[in-house]
Ligand binder design. Sequence first.
Ligand code: SAM
Length: 230
Amino acid sequence: MKQQTLSMRLARVAAHVPNGARLADIGSDHGYLPLALISRGTIVAAVAGEVALTPFRSARRAVLESGREQQISVRLADGLAAIEAADGITAISLCGMGGETIRDILDRGQARLSGAERLILQPNGGEQPLRQWLMEHGYRILAEEVLRENRFDYEIIVAERAAPVQYSARELYFGPLQMQTRSPAFLAKWQRLLRLKQRTLESFTRAQAVPDAKVQDLGRQVRWISELLA
Ligand code: SAM
């Protein structure tokens, strides 16, 4: 079977999946990620979970066409309910959803987590509440990336259960490892966000009806970002 080509975003997610993993890709949509990883021999088995019927059918069709149905189980299920104990899952990917959605899927599905899985998360926004959940549930962030594709900034967060770790409010906001690494993509993302947030703050201060708490919260974000970039 020909090698599956992934977008740069999914290629970077794939790079964090350990060799020999048994992967559950939750919210798999078309199933591209497990198909590519199986066809490369990176992983030995996968579950592709989907809550919606149309993407579930599309993943099931793609897996059947690839002849990989012995290795990839496509399941119609809400979140981690797609995972069964017998799957022996060692890595879980949740990509292309809001950070709050990923957090809620993890929170609702805690009974399905053995605690030994690597989580490879690619939230579209909402990174702060997702990192907060990880910290509060005993996960340590092992790797983080920012990348830009098709004029969007994407973040990848890789976490595993470890000894309890305490992240500061700024680390939860920016990412503890990204704050140290300060990659060009990370700095460019926050430069863009700073301009946007400054403009919004100016419009808030001109408007009459914006609640004080909202103005103060945005003002704090602008200050934090300015200090990060200073
Ligand atoms: N993971 C793929 C990627 O990154 O390219 C697809 C991302 S797509 C934007 C998000 C997918 O997550 C949709 O197909 C949606 O149906 C699915 N999804 C959303 N909530 C879900 C849930 N609770 N359980 C399973 N799938 C879910």
